[in-house]
Design a protein around this ligand. Structure first.
Ligand code: SF4
Length: 386
């Protein structure tokens, strides 16, 4: 049995080391293996996994990665994550990629694929187009065809056909991962004093940068140990953090948040938890994945689905987690995030839920201002709720 502290450390290293150590370990064990990187927010990793590829979520980077070359290709008014992801690739940190998939989640992400295609002619740089209107009766068929197209390209790269049997096995593996992550979030909601925000965050985010088999093993061992902790609850406000669906706040900022409040739910890395229930593995597994994306999924500013008004979904997240207030963040220069922030702000005001509206950037290195803002907000709530 691996000790909880060691599990958290392994996940933290996997997340913070810009050299993707867990990927290199996998490649050493699988010298002919191929790696597929995908940009935020959601990608059906099961399809790549079923072809024997290692799918990873390529993230941005904090202030430890200097943007040098990427600024020559992407304008400075574009969000940080697109530039830092490109910088990592230009500096050779992603040389292991055979395929890179982006999604038209915003104008900037749509156009960045062209830069990748030009700069990395040996990598298959693709865009996976999600249906513009998830509620359309044609959305599932359209998405299934998109998945088939991407699957065909993956098969060309790996030289291995994706059988229904292999895809079913991959769906089972990822179902287990989603179940384990749901349990982790349940602990955060019900007993947030047992698991700090940073611990919960690195345990979650590691899913995107290591083989899912290993992540499942780690979570299987970690969850019972977290439940056995004997930490006592503290007098802290319970908050929901919204706005971390794409670019991520730096881990130091999460430390500031956890010092001040219990963050009982959030949308950090929502793509890893996008599908909310087990995907059926019987029948047509690829179709099941497409249907689950549309019908059994969470919400984010980058999916348009009139059946899921995001403000209502946020209010539900707050209610279900027993939060007293919310922090509505948005990454600097993030058009979808900032646009949705206005709708969230209005809905929370109307519902009488106290909230703090703020911006963040993955590259922030000075947290004094953030600490002051969050502390002032939490103190004002303590007078109201405690
Ligand atoms: S942070 Fe916002 S603007 Fe940047 S890529 Fe993500 S969705 Fe697009």
């Amino acid at each position: 049995m691996t000790e909880l502290g060691d599990i958290i450390e392994e996940c933290r290293n996997a997340v913070e080391d810009p050299d993707y150590p867990a990927v290199h370990e996998w490649l050493e064990a699988n010298p002919d293996g191929k790696v597929l990187g995908h940009f935020q927010v959601y990608f059906p990793e099961e399809i790549a996994h079923a072809a024997g590829m290692l799918p990873i979520k390529t993230m941005g980077a904090d202030s430890s990665v200097q943007i040098r070359e990427a600024d020559a290709h992407i304008a400075a008014f574009v969000c940080s994550i697109l530039r830092s992801a490109l910088e990592q690739a230009l500096s050779g940190k992603l040389d292991f990629l055979s395929m890179y998939v982006t999604h038209p989640i915003c104008d900037a992400a749509r156009h960045v694929n062209g830069i990748w295609t030009r700069k990395f002619p040996d990598v298959s740089c693709q865009i996976l187009y999600y249906p513009h209107n998830a509620a359309s009766p044609h959305a599932a068929t359209y998405l299934l065809n998109e998945y088939r197209r991407i699957a065909g390209l993956i098969e060309e790269i790996t030289g291995r056909g994706i059988t229904d049997e292999a895809l079913r096995a991959s769906i089972e593996l990822f179902n287990e991962n989603r179940r384990l992550l749901r349990e982790l979030y349940e602990i955060r909601r019900n007993t947030p004093w047992l698991l700090s925000l940073v611990e919960g965050y690195v345990l979650t985010r590691a899913a995107g940068v290591m083989p899912r088999e290993r992540h499942n093993e780690l979570l299987r061992e970690a969850l019972p140990q977290i439940r056995e902790r004997t930490n006592k609850p503290q007098d802290k406000i319970r908050l929901v953090f919204e706005g971390g669906f794409c670019e991520q706040p730096p881990i130091e900022m999460l430390s500031v948040l956890q010092d001040v409040a219990y963050i009982v739910d959030d949308d950090f890395l929502i793509g890893l938890r996008w599908i909310l229930e087990d995907v059926p593995s019987d029948g047509n597994p690829m179709e099941n994945l497409a249907v689950a994306y549309l019908e059994a999924s969470s919400y984010s500013p980058v999916q348009r689905d009139p059946r899921k008004p995001k403000e209502h979904m946020l209010l539900e997240r707050i209610r279900n987690s027993g939060a007293q207030a919310a922090i509505v963040g948005a990454a600097k220069m993030c058009e979808p995030g900032l646009e949705e922030q206005v709708a969230y702000d209005n809905a929370l005001t109307e519902a009488g839920i106290p909230h703090l509206v703020m911006e963040f950037e993955e590259k922030t290195a000075n947290f004094e201002q953030v600490r002051m803002e969050i502390e002032t907000f939490a103190e004002s709530l303590l007078f109201e709720f405690v």
